[in-house]
Design a binder for this molecule. Structure first.
Ligand code: FAD
Length: 630
């Protein structure tokens, strides 16, 4: 009989990135016994890789900034498909979350008068990203971990046991959530190192598992990001929304092959980097969409002047939202004006002095020097789009972060709604803090409502499923690495940055076949550190997520944010108010339904000019809103 380690907690947080840590801190501050679980080593989450900064309208660099401006930028970035309540909470609470981080010990870069420095970023009207050079995520994680340790020290002093109220379980992958009468009761997983199984019994679970990038062959995401939280939520009965919206970051490294997809931070453009094709042309001026025409410079001279005189000039088009820049680069490369490695040139050396570059972009300099032998103080970088961020995720109540399953919460990249069809750079780190805190708080409150017991038969079933790749039922099945590659290739080529109906239909057919193959992947050896086995279990999740993206992308017949259809190239107001909702059917299929978006509250609606709203809303909706506010 298999031994299964057992732990009991009030709140279990799955994921130790910014969202997970902030949630766990809050649950512990509410006096709850809290576990933090992470698939990778503690301290190694995507959040660490965030370079540019954390968006919050503190108004340090430009006093005209405030939550309303941030709110407007966020809604515009998301093309008005965002959950407006989440965007409102985010814009209002982000500054407090940044200041609070300082009280935990974060050391942000400073303005000359000693305030937290804020930098420009695509889609943000004012300089708004609090940052620590280009290593902001590292500082965020360092600070949150330090806070966890300081809380553990308090607990040590009080109870004699540092782990009495908050404990970290790392290199532990959760493969199953348990529900009892429809409410969360616990979860199940294994430790990567020795393969031992573990169950956590808890009435409240926060999913903070990050993204899904590993479903694509070119991605900035690392090995852990197989959409586990998305799939766990689906299988537990929760819903996902917006899964058709994936952000392809415009600038990933395209060369050498070993680092293809690795991110080149947007701060390179925020700090003056320009994009050129192989003809030497600064092509972004050709790609400013109508909805943004008034906010962007029409000549190189004006764009250049903006860096020193932003009040009297419009910003350069290199700072358009990410989806626009990614599509532009994609078009240039397709038109044969890209480099031999399928990228374009991004140059910061012509505008900044070498000392400045080393000070502002130290890790970019290091990354290019070490990995590509390019000195960015002298030469341009070669860049192209890479799968970066998923806007879609668990459908949650905006204020509490709770999903449709009582006791199941989601925050950070795994949650959907906040960013609509496209996320602005810098809005993720602030999202993690704002909604991580909210999820932790409400999970703590939920834990007071009682403890459903885990059904032992569910534990046995979870164990059996985890062992399936070793069993005789799958013997002679395929190697999980082969199936994963097939899945990544399918998504990359057929549901990638530019999409077509017939290609996506083909993708869905291929996914059916991949589903069959996934059910029977087989692995050899033992449970002790066995990457093949780990991947076999991850594959189920990647598949489910890919199905959600494929089905939703086929259904949405328009182009908006992180969803571009070659066969439906324009944004269509009739689609703005529709959310595509995914539910699991059985183990490895999903069904898709349409759901009406709640209309924006009228005081928020009134923050926009009617002329702007007309670009996004239908005439009927605008009429209705006018009647509302009257
Ligand atoms: P993550 O930080 O991704 O953490 C997820 C956690 O979940 C990890 O601990 C992982 O081990 C764990 N986990 C996953 N699955 C399981 C499982 N099955 N069981 C147990 N644990 C699990 N955003 C910005 O706002 N500004 C930026 O400048 C910026 N730069 C970026 C640069 C790069 C290179 C990348 C990749 C992203 C960047 N982003 C940026 C986006 C941002 O970093 C991420 O969206 C964000 O960090 C996600 O945080 P999270 O807390 O949701 O999850």
């Amino acid at each position: 009989d298999e031994q299964i380690e057992r732990h009991d907690y009030d709140v279990v947080v799955i994921g130790a990135g910014g969202a997970g840590l902030r949630a766990a801190i809050e649950a512990r501050l509410q006096g709850k016994r809290t576990a933090i679980i992470s698939k990778s080593l503690f301290g190694k989450a995507h959040t660490v890789m965030a370079e540019g900064g954390c968006a919050a309208s503190m108004g340090n660099a430009n006093p005209n900034d405030n939550w309303q401006v941030h709110y407007r930028d966020t809604m515009r970035g998301g093309k008005f498909l965002n959950n407006w309540r989440m965007a409102e909470l985010h814009a209002k609470e982000a500054p407090d979350r940044v200041w609070e981080l300082e009280t935990y010990g974060a050391l942000f870069d400073r303005t000359t008068d000693g305030k937290i420095s804020q930098r420009n970023f695509g889609g943000h009207t004012y300089p708004r990203l609090a940052h620590v050079g280009d290593r902001t995520g590292l500082e965020l994680i360092r600070t949150l971990q330090q806070k966890v340790v300081s809380l553990q020290q308090e607990d040590l002093a009080e109870t004699g046991d540092a782990e009495s109220r908050i404990r970290v379980f790392h290199e532990c992958t959760i493969t199953e959530l348990f529900t009892t009468d429809g409410a969360i009761s616990g979860c199940f997983g294994y430790f990567r190192g020795d393969g031992r199984f573990v169950r956590f019994d808890a009435p409240a679970i926060v999913l903070a598992t990050g993204g899904v990038g590993k479903s694509y062959s070119v991605t900035s995401n690392s090995w852990e990001y197989t959409g586990d939280g998305h799939a766990l939520a689906l299988r537990a009965g929760a819903t996902l929304i917006n899964m058709e919206f994936l952000q392809f970051h415009p600038t990933g490294m395209v060369w050498p092959p070993s680092v293809r997809g690795l991110l080149v931070t947007e701060s390179v453009r925020g700090d003056g980097g320009v994009l050129r094709n192989t003809d030497g042309k600064r092509f972004m001026f050709e790609y400013v969409p109508d909805v943004f025409k008034e906010q962007y410079a029409t000549s190189e001279e004006e764009g250049d002047r903006w860096y020193t005189d932003p009040d009297n000039n419009r910003r350069p088009p290199e700072l358009l939202p990410r989806d626009e820049v990614a599509r532009a680069i994609n078009s240039e490369v397709k038109a044969g004006r890209g480099t031999e490695h399928g990228g374009v040139f991004l140059d910061v050396s012509t505008r900044l002095k070498p000392e400045e570059i080393l000070k502002r972009l130290p890790s970019m300099h290091h990354q290019f020097k070490e990995l590509a032998d390019v000195d960015i103080t002298k030469e341009p970088m070669e860049v192209g789009p890479t799968c970066h961020y998923v806007m879609g995720g668990v459908e949650v109540e905006p204020d509490t972060a709770m999903s449709k399953v009582p006791g199941l919460f989601a925050a950070g990249e795994v949650a959907g709604g906040m960013h609509g069809s496209n996320r602005l750079g810098g809005n993720s780190l602030s999202d993690l803090l704002v909604f991580g805190r909210r999820a932790g708080l409400h999970a703590a409150q939920h834990a007071d409502a009682g403890r459903p017991a885990v059904a032992e038969s569910d534990v046995a079933a979870a164990l059996e499923r985890a062992m399936l790749p070793f069993s005789s039922a799958t013997e002679g099945g395929e190697n999980p690495f082969v199936v994963q590659q097939e899945l990544q290739k399918t998504m990359h080529e057929l549901v990638g940055i530019i999409r077509k109906g017939d290609e996506m239909e083909l993708a869905l057919k291929k996914l059916e076949d991949i589903a069959t193959r996934t059910r029977t992947v087989s692995v050899e050896g033992h449970r002790r550190f066995n990457p093949g086995w780990h991947l076999a279990l991850d594959l189920r999740n990647m598949l489910l997520v890919a199905l959600c993206t494929g089905k939703a992308a086929l259904e949405r017949q328009e182009s908006r944010g992180g969803h571009t259809r070659d066969d439906f190239p324009v944004m269509d107001s009739d689609w703005r108010h529709l959310l595509l909702v995914c539910r699991a059917i059985g183990e490895d299929d999903v069904e898709l339904t349409r759901q009406e978006q709640l209309p924006m509250r009228s005081d928020l609606f009134d923050l926009f000019e009617m002329d702007e709203l007309k670009k996004y809303y239908t005439g009927d909706e605008l009429g209705g809103h006018r009647a509302d506010s009257a």
